[in-house]
Design a protein around this ligand. Structure first.
Ligand code: PLP
Length: 453
């Protein structure tokens, strides 16, 4: 009988995260203080983030960063996650390509987000912080952090993008069940929120706005830190457990990926599956292709500009060197809420500018078609975000069919979609549409942003 799943033991959970910055041929550009335009140092972030997260953010030297025992203990609840050969999908596609997926949907909250939530909550606790705050789009990050905060005895306030708050009420219930306070964003509880509600009373929110609100709360509340679920280097670092496990599991399968794919919101799950494999590209041993799959309605890597931009709507954050659609960009209300973010992290942006990373943008209907095929052939209903990776994998397999090749394709299944059934309902009823961003809108949004030197 041929193997379907490749399973590791608890002792195989990685003991260190892989820090890609230590090995990048060209380091990412520094974040800048928006006032002085001077490069930031780790200390500059201490008021906002935990010290350890701030230090990791700037660590260009250590290739391996130890995972604390308390974090590994928590990882044991669901890690290592399975690597699965998608034989059902291969058959449905009639392809000779070998398709594998790393199943991060088996975490208690249903996504990869817990890998970083636990680490960040742990560092806050260790440093004597009592309150933390964050934003969430579709609610995946908020759910993960709610669980982590409760475990380490921290109080958590989550600003949830209003469109998702209404579309995904069960994610709100999940956060509340873990004991978090959830506020629809934009809200009247912050200056940033009040301003945008006054200017645009019907605004349905964006991750950029929710970040502004959470940052404002953290800066105005004693002993409160802000925690971010994507985009930043330390978040990508924590997610490398995904790729490190997958590397061992591909070895068990006797294969090595020709193509590695992740869906792309701010870059954390894509980085997590990719960077550990990329280190063999750096050393010249392998020549794997890395594909970031983003929505056609929010195409920062395929259509955005490489600029210094804010990470949030109101302009509270440092300036980040990123492929961006502009921090004022307001994405369409697609169901892949976790991919509705205007920019890409600094490391991914640098690697993309050097041609180390490919990107594709995929229309919403194609992602649901892929998701449905995957559900019917593999039995797992994927998150709308993850469906972008599946759609990209299917494109690769179809291309291989045309070319008569048989590549090994690995993608990350970042989460399941069992709390997103309203989106599937709409798709099955024929009520979903595609959205594209006009080039003129991107140009108008990014004009005036500072370039990189
Ligand atoms: C948040 C989320 C994403 C997008 O975030 P990244 O930081 O780009 O990984 C993708 N998939 C799922 C299931 C998510 O919850």
């Amino acid at each position: 009988m041929e193997s379907k799943k490749f399973i590791l033991q608890e002792r195989d959970i990685p003991t260190a995260w892989y820090n890609v910055m230590a090995e990048m041929p060209t380091k990412p550009h520094p974040m800048l203080n928006p006032g002085t335009k001077q490069p930031l140092k780790a200390e500059d972030l201490y008021p906002l983030f935990s010290k350890e997260a701030s230090n990791q953010e700037f660590n260009m030297d250590d290739k391996w960063i130890e995972i604390p025992d308390e974090v590994r203990e928590m990882y044991k609840i669901w890690r290592p996650t399975p690597l699965v050969r998608a034989r059902g999908l291969e058959k449905a596609l009639g392809t000779k390509a070998h398709i594998y997926f790393k199943n991060e949907s088996v975490s208690p909250v249903g996504s990869h987000k817990l890998n970083s939530a636990i680490a960040q909550a742990y560092y806050c606790k260790k440093e004597g912080v009592t309150n933390i705050t964050t934003e969430t789009g579709a609610g995946q990050w908020g759910a993960a952090l709610s669980m982590a905060a409760k475990h380490f005895g921290l109080d958590l306030a989550v600003y949830m993008v209003k469109v998702s708050y209404n579309q995904k009420p069960y994610r709100r219930s999940i956060m509340q069940t873990y004991g978090a306070e959830v506020i629809a964003s934009p809200s009247m509880s912050t200056k940033a929120g009040r301003k945008i509600i006054t200017d645009h009373p019907n605004y349905q929110g964006s991750l950029g706005t929710a970040i502004s609100e959470a940052v404002e709360l953290a800066m105005s509340t004693p002993n409160c830190k802000y925690v971010l679920g994507s985009v930043l280097n330390h978040v990508a670092l924590h997610q490398t457990v995904i790729g490190l496990e997958a590397e061992k599991q591909m070895e068990m399968a006797g294969e090595y990926p020709d193509v590695v794919i992740g869906c792309f919101g701010g870059g954390s799950n894509f980085s997590g599956i990719s960077f550990p494999f990329m280190r063999h590209n750096f050393s010249g041993d392998k020549n794997t292709r890395f594909i970031a799959a983003e929505p056609a309605s929010c195409p920062k890597l395929t259509k955005g500009e490489l600029r210094y931009d804010f990470g949030d709507e109101a302009g509270y954050t440092p300036l980040i060197p990123m492929y961006t659609l502009g921090h004022n960009f307001s994405p369409a209300n697609i169901h892949a809420g976790g991919l509705r973010y205007h920019g890409a992290g600094a490391v991914v942006s640098q690697l993309r500018s050097e041609g180390m990373i490919d990107a594709v943008d995929i229309p919403q209907l194609e992602t649901f078609e892929a998701a449905t095929l995957f559900a019917r052939s593999e039995g797992i209903i994927p998150a709308p975000e993850s469906s972008h990776a599946i759609a990209a994998a299917i494109r690769e397999a179809k291309k291989a069919n045309e070319e008569g090749t048989a590549p090994v394709i690995l993608f990350n299944l970042s989460g399941h979609g069992l709390i997103d059934m309203a989106a599937y309902d709409q798709y099955l009823a024929g009520d979903l549409t595609n959205y594209e961003v006009p080039d003129a809108e991107i140009k108008a949004n990014t004009e005036g942003l500072q370039g990189l030197n």
